[in-house]
Design a protein around this ligand. Structure first.
Ligand SMILES: Cc1cc2nc3c(=O)[nH]c(=O)nc-3n(C[C@H](O)[C@H](O)[C@H](O)COP(=O)(O)OP(=O)(O)OC[C@H]3O[C@@H](n4cnc5c(N)ncnc54)[C@H](O)[C@@H]3O)c2cc1C
Length: 420
């Protein structure tokens, strides 16, 4: 049963005037905040407790226009660009981490094929074909509420961008034959299409340049979902293993033309930041919880105030400082996002990704310590926020470790520099 959390509307994470949001950003973030508070928050405990996919949320997200948030306006969507999406997704993450994270996988199938692709180079006939093909995907999403996922992890070095994906697509008459395995495939068994990254098998050594991005229908013969999903946090993402055995897909299943994914990964690196908005929202949620709880205003809890203790005030001050630092850096990084960013901008994106992922969990840990024993009971959302937020820095390709590795190297080396 849904939990009743009738609350006064929350203040925005990024105030539209103070952060000079565009009218579209202001409108979308307000809608997401309202939706999150009204629809996502009351249901969030259930997906977590039972480790089940939030299907009901997707039905409602379709009704309220969120599945098409990044579909270009001319194709019938909301037309959000990268920054507008990130800001909107942060508001979603504040209320249900698993829904925001899985929604991200879905949205990427429209953002990468939409606003991002529009920034990339394509010969005119290829672009015309791409525009026609993406319409097919967009219509399924807008008209039928189709949900896409984004399985790229394989358990090897490919998801970190180090080698070519081992999942292969062989060109045959009229389409491709796909073979391979994806682990941690969020929405497994629940998405209508799996947006798979595969390497074209040309009969020679697999190359990252030949990465294809293909929408495989969940019901296609040869697709199966195996294993279970019983993790620490983000339990509603249902990120089980996907197997593809001689799966045939027609040519128009290609979400991007040949070579375009490789171009995007090289020229639009901020595309790998899209997992961070969920965790920006969770960071805000940990802080919001603490303030309400210490003021004795958390719904359903006895109105006991704890705010008068200096140690609690110091802890909340620390949380606020950490939250504002996180917001400021992240906001600048999502504002930097563009094709061919400078080295400084890419380094800032890694620093922002690291900061959001690590600080979301640090804030949640501080919140538990400060609020005390009752705050970590399963009847309250804080312990879920704590567990969900632990997952952020593990997510490839920009894990906290890889961000540190890359930053350390790029701070000390210019392109082409080597030691004796
Ligand atoms: C809740 C959740 C949902 C997810 N959903 C999806 C999804 O929908 N689609 C998807 O594709 N993936 C998804 N992932 C998967 C995620 O991106 C990782 O692939 C997953 O966490 C498995 O990582 P691993 O343990 O196999 O990492 P490993 O490859 O074993 O790496 C372990 C750690 O070593 C470091 N490392 C890895 N490679 C290198 C390298 N080349 N150099 C230096 N250090 C390295 C990284 O810090 C990494 O965290 C999800 C993960 C989580 C936690």
């Amino acid at each position: 049963m849904d939990m009743d959390l009738t609350l006064a509307p929350d203040a925005p994470i990024f105030d539209a005037e103070a952060f000079r949001l565009t009218p579209l950003e202001a409108a979308l973030t307000a809608r997401a905040r309202d939706f999150g508070q009204r629809v996502l928050a009351p249901r969030a405990a259930r997906w977590d407790r039972e480790a089940i996919f939030p299907s009901e949320n997707y039905v409602d997200m379709h009704k309220e226009g969120f599945l098409g948030v990044c579909i270009p306006k001319e194709d019938g969507g909301e037309g959000a660009d990268f920054r507008a999406y990130c800001l909107t997704a942060a508001e979603m993450g504040r209320y249900c981490g698993a829904t925001a994270l899985t929604w991200n996988m879905h949205v990427c199938s429209t953002l990468w094929t939409g606003a991002l692709s529009d920034d990339l180079e394509m010969e005119a006939p290829i672009r015309a074909q791409h525009l026609a093909r993406r319409k097919l995907h967009y219509r399924r999403i807008l008209d039928e509420g189709a949900v896409y996922s984004q399985p790229f992890s394989e358990g090897g070095a490919a998801a970190a961008g180090a080698v070519a994906f081992g999942t292969t697509a062989k060109r045959v008459e009229g389409g491709f034959i796909v073979n391979g395995k994806k682990i941690f495939a969020s929405l497994a068994g629940h998405a209508d299409y799996y947006g798979v990254l595969a390497t074209e098998d040309r009969g020679e050594k697999l190359s990252r340049r030949d990465t294809l991005y293909i929408a495989i229908p969940a019901k296609a013969p040869g697709v199966s979902v195996v294993g279970d999903w019983d993790p620490l946090g983000m339990r509603g993402t249902v990120s089980r293993t996907l197997l593809f055995k001689d799966v045939f897909v027609p040519e128009d299943a290609a979400l991007m033309p040949d070579g375009l994914y490789f171009q995007a990964a090289s020229r639009w690196p901020h595309m790998f930041m899209t997992l961070s908005p969920t965790y920006m929202g969770l960071a805000q949620a940990a802080y919001d919880f603490t303030v309400k709880y210490l003021r004795g205003e958390y719904p359903g809890m006895p109105p006991v105030k704890r705010r008068m203790y200096p140690t609690k005030q110091i802890a909340v001050a620390q949380m606020k400082i950490m939250l504002e630092q996180t917001k400021a850096l992240w906001f600048q990084a999502i504002t930097d996002a563009r094709p061919d960013p400078s080295k400084e901008q890419v380094m800032r994106a890694w620093a922002a990704q690291y900061t959001v992922m690590e600080n979301a969990n640090a804030l949640a840990a501080l919140a538990v310590r400060t609020c005390g024993g009752q705050s970590m009971l399963k009847s309250l959302p804080l312990e879920r926020i704590y567990r969900d937020s632990r997952c952020g820095s593990l997510m490839l390709p920009w894990t906290a470790e890889l961000c540190v590795d890359r930053l350390g190297r790029d701070c000390l080396y210019e392109k082409g520099e080597k030691d004796e």
